[in-house]
Write a protein that binds this ligand. Structure first.
Ligand SMILES: *Cc1c(COP(=O)(O)O)cnc(C)c1O
Length: 358
């Protein structure tokens, strides 16, 4: 993951050179791996919106996880569909057959496998079949992860969608892709435009700028510099990344994504955020900051995050109580520290773990 880049890796990301054939190689790899037609997109949300357009009619209801990021909601809206939130279990942060029972009218279901926790796929497939739902798999958190029955995420749905965004299981700072695994109902147009130069440059320099900010955390200047970089648009917060159905990722992102996808296959594990449900989050956060940890927000501080977009969602808090609860109690360890550097953080968190989590 880019967030873990060492100094050398930052430089190799910054100066990595892509060519047109990198698009072709990534497309071919994805088509083979996920057994369908692969299309590269600007980011995960654009890929998701396009995939939804391929299989659903405007106005169709689509079930989404009640604990997710705004990008998913935005994609559903842009595709002209109606998001139907399903509450989650506090155990794995996913909906399940019990919470899904509360839902009636929908034509599709997006499987998210939150933070790399796979759903009980057999049960979900059964539910989808009984209610005639088309399955779309969102692999932003779970590329390479296996379901309990041994099948790999992305091999079940009508389509699979990948994000190559910051902190996702494939992370080249931005980019995305979809694989249409069954015949589309509506012909969609694959994006052909190149990324905007400003987006391209931001994606190139983010690992370097991020590393500089983290370096400065030790003299308490990292946060201030990062806020400044956001203000002058040298750094874009992930949630602000624009949805655009006509653009591709950068060529160098295609090259890096392919490299990561190939090594994913080897290691068989997806690094994602380590999370805990805790009491007194504010107190714990203060303690962690005092000990030199830099937190740039966590997944997810609201049932649909980030907080500044939450109001737009009109989230059904009454019917998704577990999602509200988890959003108030979750903490993720930053992904840019080594396992060893995180040991003291775990010790700080331990006394605050919610009872059933201990
Ligand atoms: C981030 C994210 C996306 C979208 O990815 P972008 O590349 O940021 O558009 C989709 N689904 C989930 C669950 C995500 O966390």
């Amino acid at each position: 993951m880019a967030a873990n880049y060492s100094g050398g890796e930052c430089l190799s990301h910054t100066f990595s050179w892509g060519r047109k054939k990198d698009y072709e190689e990534l497309t071919d790899f994805l088509a083979k791996k996920y057994e369908g037609e692969a299309i590269l997109c600007k980011n995960g949300r654009s890929a998701l919106a396009l995939a939804l357009k391929a299989y659903f009619e405007p106005g169709d209801g689509i079930i989404i996880n009640g604990f997710t990021c705004y990008a998913v909601f935005e994609a559903v809206k842009v595709a002209g569909l109606v998001p139907v939130f399903a509450d989650i279990s506090t155990k794995d942060l996913n909906y399940n057959n019990e919470t899904l029972e509360a839902i009636s009218a929908a034509k599709g279901i997006i499987i998210q496998n939150t933070l790399g926790n796979p759903v009980d796929i057999k049960a979900i497939e059964k539910f989808a079949k009984a209610h005639n739902l088309t399955i779309i798999e969102d692999l932003a958190h779970c590329a390479g992860v296996k379901y309990p029955d041994g099948r790999e995420c992305g091999m079940i749905g009508a389509a699979a969608v990948l994000s190559f965004g910051k902190d996702k299981s494939i992370d080249t700072i931005s980019g995305g892709a979809m694989i249409l695994r069954t015949p589309q109902k509506h012909e969609i147009k694959a994006p052909t435009d190149l990324p905007k130069l400003s987006d391209h440059l931001r994606a190139r320099f983010y690992p370097l700028l991020g590393a500089i900010c983290r370096g400065l955390t030790y003299i308490h200047l990292g946060g201030a510099l990062m806020r400044l970089l956001v203000k002058i648009h040298w750094v874009e917060r992930s949630a602000d990344n624009k949805l655009d159905l006509n653009r591709r990722p950068s060529k160098f992102e295609a090259k890096l994504a392919l490299r990561q996808l190939k090594s994913l296959k080897k290691s068989g594990e997806t690094p994602l955020r380590e999370y805990y449900l805790i009491e007194d989050r504010e107190v714990v956060l203060k303690k962690l900051m005092k000990n030199g940890y830099y937190f740039a927000g966590f997944w997810y501080e609201k049932p649909v995050s980030p907080e500044r977009y939450y109001k737009k969602v009109h989230f059904p808090e009454e019917t998704c109580k577990n999602a509200v609860f988890v959003a108030e109690h979750i903490i993720n360890l930053p992904t840019y520290y080594s396992k060893k550097d995180l040991e003291p953080a775990r010790e700080i968190i331990k006394p605050f773990l919610l009872k059933e989590e201990k």
